[in-house]
Write a protein that binds this ligand. Structure first.
Ligand code: GUN
Length: 282
Protein backbone atom coordinates (compact mmCIF):
# COMPACT_ATOMS: atom_id res chain seq x y z
CA UNK A 1 0.00 0.00 0.00
CA UNK A 2 1.23 3.49 -0.74
CA UNK A 3 -0.21 6.30 1.32
CA UNK A 4 -2.20 9.05 -0.27
CA UNK A 5 -0.26 12.32 -0.03
CA UNK A 6 -2.14 15.03 1.86
CA UNK A 7 -1.52 18.19 -0.15
CA UNK A 8 -1.19 20.85 2.54
CA UNK A 9 0.14 23.36 0.06
CA UNK A 10 -2.99 23.23 -2.10
CA UNK A 11 -5.29 23.22 0.94
CA UNK A 12 -3.44 26.25 2.36
CA UNK A 13 -3.71 28.12 -0.95
CA UNK A 14 -7.49 27.59 -0.95
CA UNK A 15 -7.75 28.73 2.68
CA UNK A 16 -5.68 31.84 1.98
CA UNK A 17 -7.88 32.72 -0.98
CA UNK A 18 -11.01 32.34 1.18
CA UNK A 19 -9.46 34.52 3.90
CA UNK A 20 -8.56 37.10 1.22
CA UNK A 21 -12.21 37.27 0.09
CA UNK A 22 -13.44 37.62 3.67
CA UNK A 23 -10.76 40.27 4.39
CA UNK A 24 -12.04 42.30 1.41
CA UNK A 25 -15.59 42.08 2.85
CA UNK A 26 -14.27 43.20 6.24
CA UNK A 27 -12.46 46.15 4.67
CA UNK A 28 -15.61 47.24 2.82
CA UNK A 29 -17.68 47.02 6.02
CA UNK A 30 -15.19 48.42 8.56
CA UNK A 31 -13.50 51.03 6.38
CA UNK A 32 -10.08 49.62 7.25
CA UNK A 33 -8.10 46.47 6.55
CA UNK A 34 -7.48 43.77 9.17
CA UNK A 35 -3.97 44.34 10.56
CA UNK A 36 -1.27 41.93 11.76
CA UNK A 37 1.81 43.08 13.71
CA UNK A 38 4.80 40.73 13.72
CA UNK A 39 7.68 41.35 16.11
CA UNK A 40 11.14 39.86 15.61
CA UNK A 41 13.94 40.36 18.13
CA UNK A 42 17.42 39.59 16.77
CA UNK A 43 18.61 38.19 13.48
CA UNK A 44 18.03 34.43 13.70
CA UNK A 45 18.06 33.47 10.00
CA UNK A 46 15.20 30.94 10.17
CA UNK A 47 13.01 33.35 12.17
CA UNK A 48 13.83 36.13 9.73
CA UNK A 49 12.63 33.99 6.81
CA UNK A 50 9.40 33.08 8.68
CA UNK A 51 8.72 36.75 9.50
CA UNK A 52 9.23 37.78 5.88
CA UNK A 53 6.85 35.02 4.68
CA UNK A 54 4.22 36.09 7.23
CA UNK A 55 4.46 39.71 6.06
CA UNK A 56 4.12 38.70 2.40
CA UNK A 57 1.14 36.44 3.10
CA UNK A 58 -0.55 39.21 5.10
CA UNK A 59 -0.28 41.66 2.20
CA UNK A 60 -1.37 39.00 -0.30
CA UNK A 61 -4.53 38.43 1.78
CA UNK A 62 -5.37 42.13 1.51
CA UNK A 63 -4.46 42.84 5.13
CA UNK A 64 -2.19 45.45 6.71
CA UNK A 65 1.25 44.20 7.81
CA UNK A 66 3.17 45.94 10.61
CA UNK A 67 6.67 44.54 10.95
CA UNK A 68 8.83 45.39 13.98
CA UNK A 69 12.43 44.19 13.78
CA UNK A 70 14.32 44.93 16.98
CA UNK A 71 18.03 44.43 17.73
CA UNK A 72 19.11 41.28 19.60
CA UNK A 73 20.06 43.32 22.69
CA UNK A 74 16.56 44.82 23.10
CA UNK A 75 15.59 44.70 26.78
CA UNK A 76 12.52 42.90 28.09
CA UNK A 77 11.01 46.23 29.24
CA UNK A 78 11.33 47.75 25.76
CA UNK A 79 9.71 44.69 24.16
CA UNK A 80 6.86 44.77 26.67
CA UNK A 81 6.40 48.50 26.01
CA UNK A 82 6.04 47.71 22.29
CA UNK A 83 3.47 44.98 23.04
CA UNK A 84 1.53 47.52 25.15
CA UNK A 85 1.53 49.98 22.24
CA UNK A 86 0.31 47.30 19.82
CA UNK A 87 -2.39 46.22 22.31
CA UNK A 88 -3.65 49.82 22.36
CA UNK A 89 -3.42 50.36 18.58
CA UNK A 90 -6.83 50.01 16.93
CA UNK A 91 -5.29 49.32 13.52
CA UNK A 92 -3.70 46.16 14.94
CA UNK A 93 -5.98 43.11 15.21
CA UNK A 94 -3.30 40.46 15.64
CA UNK A 95 0.06 40.46 17.42
CA UNK A 96 2.69 37.78 16.89
CA UNK A 97 6.03 37.81 18.69
CA UNK A 98 8.31 35.45 16.80
CA UNK A 99 9.91 32.73 18.95
CA UNK A 100 12.47 31.89 20.13
CA UNK A 101 13.31 35.15 21.91
CA UNK A 102 16.90 35.93 22.97
CA UNK A 103 17.77 34.21 26.25
CA UNK A 104 17.79 37.40 28.35
CA UNK A 105 14.06 37.91 27.69
CA UNK A 106 11.43 35.99 29.67
CA UNK A 107 9.21 34.53 26.95
CA UNK A 108 6.30 33.99 29.32
CA UNK A 109 6.35 37.61 30.52
CA UNK A 110 6.07 38.81 26.92
CA UNK A 111 3.47 36.31 25.68
CA UNK A 112 1.18 36.90 28.67
CA UNK A 113 1.32 40.65 28.04
CA UNK A 114 -0.36 40.29 24.62
CA UNK A 115 -4.10 41.09 24.67
CA UNK A 116 -5.68 37.59 24.46
CA UNK A 117 -8.10 38.88 21.82
CA UNK A 118 -5.14 39.91 19.61
CA UNK A 119 -3.15 36.74 20.38
CA UNK A 120 -3.24 35.22 16.88
CA UNK A 121 -0.68 32.58 17.93
CA UNK A 122 -3.11 31.35 20.59
CA UNK A 123 -0.22 31.01 23.08
CA UNK A 124 -1.70 33.15 25.89
CA UNK A 125 -2.83 31.05 28.89
CA UNK A 126 -6.29 32.63 28.56
CA UNK A 127 -6.59 31.16 25.05
CA UNK A 128 -5.17 27.81 26.20
CA UNK A 129 -7.83 27.81 28.93
CA UNK A 130 -10.57 28.75 26.49
CA UNK A 131 -9.54 25.88 24.21
CA UNK A 132 -9.42 23.42 27.11
CA UNK A 133 -12.89 24.43 28.34
CA UNK A 134 -14.65 24.83 24.98
CA UNK A 135 -14.93 28.64 24.88
CA UNK A 136 -14.33 30.41 21.55
CA UNK A 137 -10.85 31.94 21.48
CA UNK A 138 -7.78 32.05 19.27
CA UNK A 139 -6.27 28.62 18.62
CA UNK A 140 -2.57 27.91 17.85
CA UNK A 141 -2.05 27.90 14.09
CA UNK A 142 -0.16 24.65 13.51
CA UNK A 143 -2.51 22.31 15.40
CA UNK A 144 -5.59 24.03 13.95
CA UNK A 145 -4.10 23.53 10.47
CA UNK A 146 -3.57 19.83 11.27
CA UNK A 147 -7.21 19.43 12.33
CA UNK A 148 -8.39 21.12 9.15
CA UNK A 149 -6.37 18.63 7.06
CA UNK A 150 -7.66 15.72 9.15
CA UNK A 151 -11.30 16.81 8.86
CA UNK A 152 -10.95 17.18 5.12
CA UNK A 153 -10.11 13.47 5.04
CA UNK A 154 -12.29 12.31 7.95
CA UNK A 155 -15.20 14.76 8.39
CA UNK A 156 -16.24 12.92 11.56
CA UNK A 157 -13.30 12.26 13.90
CA UNK A 158 -15.65 11.12 16.65
CA UNK A 159 -14.50 7.91 18.33
CA UNK A 160 -11.31 7.61 16.29
CA UNK A 161 -8.15 6.60 18.14
CA UNK A 162 -5.68 9.48 17.92
CA UNK A 163 -2.12 9.51 19.23
CA UNK A 164 -0.27 12.81 19.56
CA UNK A 165 3.49 12.45 19.88
CA UNK A 166 4.91 15.43 21.79
CA UNK A 167 3.52 17.66 24.55
CA UNK A 168 4.70 21.17 23.67
CA UNK A 169 2.51 24.17 24.45
CA UNK A 170 2.72 25.20 20.79
CA UNK A 171 1.65 21.93 19.14
CA UNK A 172 1.20 18.79 21.27
CA UNK A 173 -1.08 20.10 24.03
CA UNK A 174 -3.40 22.22 21.83
CA UNK A 175 -3.46 19.39 19.25
CA UNK A 176 -4.72 16.95 21.89
CA UNK A 177 -7.32 19.50 23.06
CA UNK A 178 -8.58 20.06 19.50
CA UNK A 179 -8.86 16.32 18.81
CA UNK A 180 -10.71 15.86 22.09
CA UNK A 181 -13.10 18.64 21.06
CA UNK A 182 -13.77 16.60 17.91
CA UNK A 183 -14.64 13.64 20.19
CA UNK A 184 -11.62 11.56 19.19
CA UNK A 185 -10.11 9.23 21.80
CA UNK A 186 -6.81 10.97 22.46
CA UNK A 187 -3.53 9.71 23.84
CA UNK A 188 -0.52 11.98 24.24
CA UNK A 189 2.85 10.24 24.28
CA UNK A 190 6.15 11.95 25.11
CA UNK A 191 9.77 11.43 26.08
CA UNK A 192 8.83 9.60 29.31
CA UNK A 193 6.29 7.27 27.70
CA UNK A 194 7.40 3.67 28.27
CA UNK A 195 6.35 2.17 24.93
CA UNK A 196 5.57 4.79 22.28
CA UNK A 197 5.33 2.19 19.49
CA UNK A 198 2.63 0.22 21.34
CA UNK A 199 0.43 3.33 21.55
CA UNK A 200 1.03 4.32 17.92
CA UNK A 201 0.13 0.78 16.74
CA UNK A 202 -3.43 1.25 17.98
CA UNK A 203 -3.96 4.65 16.35
CA UNK A 204 -6.21 5.57 13.41
CA UNK A 205 -4.61 9.03 13.50
CA UNK A 206 -1.00 9.81 14.38
CA UNK A 207 0.26 13.36 14.82
CA UNK A 208 4.04 13.55 15.17
CA UNK A 209 5.40 16.71 16.78
CA UNK A 210 8.61 15.70 18.55
CA UNK A 211 11.34 17.41 16.52
CA UNK A 212 13.33 14.20 15.98
CA UNK A 213 14.09 13.30 12.34
CA UNK A 214 12.35 10.10 11.13
CA UNK A 215 11.23 9.23 14.68
CA UNK A 216 8.03 7.38 13.72
CA UNK A 217 8.87 4.01 12.13
CA UNK A 218 6.87 2.07 9.55
CA UNK A 219 6.37 -0.98 11.83
CA UNK A 220 4.71 1.26 14.47
CA UNK A 221 1.94 2.39 12.15
CA UNK A 222 -1.39 0.60 11.75
CA UNK A 223 -2.03 -0.16 8.05
CA UNK A 224 -4.30 2.52 6.60
CA UNK A 225 -3.76 5.03 9.43
CA UNK A 226 -3.65 8.76 8.71
CA UNK A 227 -0.29 10.28 9.69
CA UNK A 228 0.32 14.00 10.16
CA UNK A 229 3.99 14.99 10.26
CA UNK A 230 4.53 18.32 12.03
CA UNK A 231 8.34 17.95 12.13
CA UNK A 232 10.55 20.41 10.28
CA UNK A 233 14.08 19.23 11.06
CA UNK A 234 17.04 20.82 9.30
CA UNK A 235 19.62 18.09 8.66
CA UNK A 236 22.59 17.63 6.32
CA UNK A 237 20.11 15.94 3.96
CA UNK A 238 17.82 19.01 3.95
CA UNK A 239 14.40 19.33 5.58
CA UNK A 240 13.25 16.10 7.20
CA UNK A 241 10.03 15.36 9.07
CA UNK A 242 9.43 13.42 12.30
CA UNK A 243 8.09 10.48 10.27
CA UNK A 244 10.30 7.94 8.52
CA UNK A 245 9.61 8.03 4.75
CA UNK A 246 9.02 4.23 4.85
CA UNK A 247 5.75 4.96 6.73
CA UNK A 248 4.31 5.86 3.30
CA UNK A 249 4.26 2.10 2.53
CA UNK A 250 1.95 1.40 5.48
CA UNK A 251 -0.16 4.50 6.15
CA UNK A 252 -3.39 5.31 4.33
CA UNK A 253 -2.59 9.01 4.10
CA UNK A 254 0.47 11.05 5.02
CA UNK A 255 1.49 14.72 4.98
CA UNK A 256 4.76 15.36 3.12
CA UNK A 257 7.62 17.52 4.46
CA UNK A 258 7.83 20.10 3.02
CA UNK A 259 4.39 20.86 1.55
CA UNK A 260 2.20 19.33 4.27
CA UNK A 261 1.59 21.02 7.61
CA UNK A 262 4.08 23.88 7.05
CA UNK A 263 2.02 25.91 4.55
CA UNK A 264 -1.06 25.47 6.76
CA UNK A 265 0.53 27.36 9.65
CA UNK A 266 0.73 30.67 7.79
CA UNK A 267 -2.69 30.19 6.17
CA UNK A 268 -4.25 29.66 9.62
CA UNK A 269 -2.37 32.72 10.92
CA UNK A 270 -4.14 34.73 8.22
CA UNK A 271 -7.44 33.12 9.23
CA UNK A 272 -6.80 33.91 12.92
CA UNK A 273 -6.03 37.55 12.09
CA UNK A 274 -9.31 37.84 10.20
CA UNK A 275 -11.21 36.15 13.06
CA UNK A 276 -9.60 38.54 15.59
CA UNK A 277 -10.52 41.54 13.39
CA UNK A 278 -14.16 40.42 13.02
CA UNK A 279 -14.53 39.74 16.78
CA UNK A 280 -12.95 43.10 17.68
CA UNK A 281 -15.22 44.92 15.21
CA UNK A 282 -18.18 43.19 16.94
N1 GUN B 1 8.51 30.12 16.00
C1 GUN B 1 8.32 28.94 15.38
N2 GUN B 1 6.99 28.72 15.17
C2 GUN B 1 6.35 29.78 15.68
C3 GUN B 1 4.97 30.15 15.74
O1 GUN B 1 4.07 29.43 15.33
N3 GUN B 1 4.70 31.35 16.33
C4 GUN B 1 5.68 32.15 16.83
N4 GUN B 1 5.32 33.28 17.40
N5 GUN B 1 6.97 31.84 16.78
C5 GUN B 1 7.29 30.67 16.20
Amino acid sequence: MTARTIDGKAFAATLRARVGDAAADFTARAGRKPGLAVVLVGEDPASSVYVRSKGKATLAAGMESFEHRLPADTGEDALIALVDRLNADDAVDGILVQLPLPRHIDERAVLTRIDPDKDVDGFHPVNAGRLATGIDGLVPCTPLGCVMLLKDLHPDLSGMEAVVIGRSNIVGKPMAALLLKESATVTTVHSRTRDVAAHVRGADIVVAAVGIPAFVKADWVKPGATVIDVGINRTDDGLVGDVDPAVAEVAGALTPVPGGVGPMTIAVLMRNTLVAACRRAG
